[in-house]
Write a protein that binds this ligand. Structure first.
Ligand code: AP5
Length: 216
């Protein structure tokens, strides 16, 4: 099964993708996580990506498409792929369709999580991430047991560089202009499923599971 968790920054894509991939044994492919790992390692890709990410802009399509091409040729594909934060432009969506069709595959579903900007800003501004294992928390909605430390590995929690107020504004604007139009592309293909992103993490997860059961 191949599907995409789609939506604006901070809507909860990464949170849901981690839960789904764990429960259903899918390969979670997050372009944001791949880029952040490259930034941490200080690679050429990381240096290039950081110059875009810090401003809230998109990393160029050719770079992202190259990353995905490498990832999907990886045969450790488990029971399927779950794309998170990709595609983000029409060019990326078309490239993904081409890559999959060469393998005789296609996207089963695009699950679009919908939420107001007001709630998105609350979610992003309270997000904290573990510096060691990448686990995600929210200081109000999903707090760690010991404030500032990860429940799973004890690592310190930090706020992402691109989670500052002005960068959040740019990311939302970039989403509306460059990424949201992809919904029409998938709607035409009949695979777009919209779900309400309001409610607890478990509420949203059960809505996603209903969609997955419908296509499984
Ligand atoms: P990326 O890392 O993909 O960021 P994003 O799409 O902006 O999404 P986020 O990671 O901010 O949010 P999310 O939707 O995953 O929400 P989360 O689960 O964390 O990309 C970062 C940058 O990399 C981009 O700006 C761009 O520069 C570059 N990039 C990446 N992919 C690219 C591509 N394909 N093309 C070009 N450039 C690319 O949740 C947020 C918070 O809310 C957390 O604290 C969580 O605990 C909390 N939360 C989650 N669900 C709920 C809930 N139901 N109720 C209450 N709180 C909740």
């Amino acid at each position: 099964m191949i599907f995409i968790i789609f939506g604006p920054p901070g809507v909860g894509k990464g949170t849901q993708a981690a839960k789904i991939s764990q429960k259903y044994n899918f390969l979670h492919v997050s372009t944001g996580d791949i880029l952040r790992a490259s930034v941490k390692e200080g690679t050429e890709l990381g240096k290039l990506a950081k110059s875009y990410m810090d401003k809230g802009e998109l990393v160029p399509d050719n770079v992202i498409i190259g990353i995905i091409r490498e990832r999907i040729s990886d045969k450790d594909s488990k029971k399927g792929f779950l794309f998170d934060g990709f595609p983000r432009t029409i060019e990326q969506a078309e490239a993904l369709d081409n890559m999959l069709s060469k393998e005789g595959q296609k996207i089963d579903s695009v699950i679009s999580i919908e939420l107001s900007d007001e709630e998105i800003v609350k979610r992003i501004s309270g997000r904290r991430v573990c510096e060691k294992c990448g686990s995600m928390y929210h200081i109000i909605y999903d707090p760690p047991t010991n404030m500032g430390y990860c429940n799973k590995c004890g690592g310190g929690l930090y706020q992402r560089d691109d989670d500052s107020e002005d960068v959040i504004r740019t990311r939302l604007e970039v989403y509306r202009r460059q990424t949201e139009p992809i919904k029409k592309f998938y709607k035409r293909g009949g695979i777009l499923k919209r779900i309400d992103g309001l409610g607890t993490i478990d509420d949203v997860f059960s809505r996603i599971e209903k969609v997955l059961k419908g296509i499984g």
